[in-house]
Design a protein around this ligand. Structure first.
Ligand code: DX5
Ligand code: ZN
Length: 218
């Protein structure tokens, strides 16, 4: 398992400090980029993400909840360890988003809303490094986990047929359900409120590892 805390639940006025609190016990930083069109919420974009880049060695897991991933992805400063994930339901054709993100030299992820049929992402499994299964409707942190995600992860695992594609899960994950999603096949777990909304994010991350059945992160 790899763990990616979502900054959406962090204190936006002290992002660099928030990140320092979890270094060493998590594997990625999950950055939720929202444009107010694809989802009814606005967060931050490349300016904030690139500024944060100078404050941590953690790889970035950039979740683009935006209509035009092919237009905005190139504005993020990324390297081979970082991931940029776009939504299959976005306005830009998935082929174009994949080509653009691949051209940046980072890993490519594709995501789908809970209501989108799994078939929508299957044609792209040979061209992506990661599939992000949403277990809540994208747009807001702190929503309840949709248990249908567990079956979707299991199904996706079967569809991969040995391809080296990471299954990630995002939304409503906490100590009560993390083991379930990992056992179903999720390798990268995103958690927002279960980490950064807790009084001690470091202890909260360690609690997630424990609940997943691991003694320590990595
Ligand atoms: C939702 C975001 C998630 C969110 C997760 O649109 O994609 O990454 O921050 O937050 P929790 O873990 O609180 O559901
Ligand atoms: Zn996310």
């Amino acid at each position: 398992m790899k763990l990616a805390p979502s900054l959406l639940s962090a204190d936006f006025g002290r992002l660099a400090e928030e990140v320092k609190r979890v270094e060493g016990v998590v594997d990625y930083l999950h950055l939720d980029v929202m444009d107010g069109h694809f989802v009814p919420n606005l967060t931050f974009g490349p300016t904030v993400a690139n500024a944060l880049r100078r404050h941590t060695w953690l790889p970035f897991d950039i979740h683009l909840m935006i209509d035009r991933p092919a237009i905005y992805a190139p504005q993020f400063k990324v390297g081979p360890a970082d991931v940029i994930t776009f939504h299959v339901e976005a306005h830009d054709p998935p082929e174009e988003a994949i080509r653009t993100i691949r051209g940046l030299g980072c890993q490519v992820g594709i995501s789908l809303r809970p209501g989108t049929a799994m078939e929508a992402v299957l044609p792209y499994l040979d061209r992506v490094d990661l599939v992000l299964v949403m277990s809540v409707e994208p747009g807001f942190g702190g929503q309840a986990f949709n248990p249908e995600a567990v079956d979707r992860i299991r199904r996706l695992q079967g569809e991969l047929r040995g391809r080296p594609v990471v299954i990630a899960v995002d939304g409503g994950i906490g100590p009560e359900n993390v083991r379930q999603v990992v056992e179903a096949g999720a390798e990268l777990v995103v958690a927002g409120s279960a980490i950064f909304a807790q009084p001690d994010p470091r202890a909260a991350a360690l609690a997630l590892w424990k609940a997943a059945g691991y003694t320590r992160g990595s």
